[in-house]
Design a protein around this ligand. Sequence first.
Ligand code: PMP
Ligand code: GLN
Length: 387
Amino acid sequence: MKPANSVLSGYGTTVFEVMSRLAMEHQSINLGQGFPDEDGPEDVRRAAADALMAGPNQYPPMLGLPELRQAVAAHAKHHYGLDVDWQNEVMAASGATEVLTGCMMGLIEPGDEVVLIEPLYDCYLPIIRRAGGVPKMVRVEPPNWTLPRADLEAAFSDRTKLILLNNPMNPAAKVFADDELSFIAELVMRYDTYAVCDEVYEHIAFDGRGHTPLITLPGMRDRCVRIGSAGKTFSLTGWKVGYATAAPELLAPIAKAHQFVTFTTPPNLQKAVAFGLGKDDAYFRGLSNDMQAKRDRFGAGLSRIGFDVIDCQGTYFITADFRPLGFEGDDVEFCRHITVEAGVTAVPVSAFYLENGPSHFVRFCFCKKDQVLDAAIERLEAFFGKS
Ligand code: PMP
Ligand code: GLN
């Protein structure tokens, strides 16, 4: 038989799936894959249920229902002061992942270079490579994850087509500082490139940090694709509703990809997300406050056990160095070890690197009920306390 595509067949099953399966096998508390254990707002779910029954349940417009596109534009104006033309600058899609895939399919010519910042979310490299892009990697390093400006500058060249920026950043839980964003914007302009901005955690930033979309910086309005996800903003990760905002010339090629991939997204979910995006400030503040309280609760527990916990500025995730616990193996072994022996699952941070990433950090997901977080800490405390 002739071989399948070599880029994708070179990848195994994602670390999230592997660890979730292992967690199930061992009845372990799954703090690996990032999903909340409580579904998002009841009124948003009710809106989806009502729309499902009322119909129509036929193909919505390719770019998304007008009411969702209007809601994305209104949300951008309300939260970031950004004026968006909903008819020409907004597209709904089946998750941020589909928008990202559309960006890579629509913008990259084989051989184009794409600047990426490690550690990075796992779908970035496969879709870039499948599109023929050549990744140029830059690393932020724990514990501060500061942007290494000279390295970033060196990664840009005339061959650069775009930078893919994830802010707030999974798994580093970093929120980029304003001066770092300005530096990135300056490079994007100097090299006449684009920025694809994965901002799915825009409403999960802590300690009073606001989120600044790169697209709001001077010179960036026509060069950025801003991506959001209802999965994160409404704690409904299974819905897979994402949205892109970009200048018309930039959105058009992405929409071309979208029309040949999924073409559209379930209409009842689009309606419900449109409703959700119009929620008052208290909802969005509540989301980040709740997550911040969970971070504090769980992070304090990890520190008590002896993990060296890295500062967490946003997202669902907290990263910890397990070396102080005296474990001899690497991060993959550690995750397997605590799943099987302690009944708590995390994911190895090395999985978020192209190669040769650090091997002594693990990522825990804390968007879980307090009693689940407490039970995980109790299990880890009991295990490491006695070993
Ligand atoms: N980007 C990042 C950084 C993520 O962590 C995730 C995980 N949910 C996604 C994109 C995917 O979002 P969606 O489920 O909307 O496709
Ligand atoms: N975004 C989630 C995470 O980082 C995982 C999504 C997935 O399983 N593909 O854990």
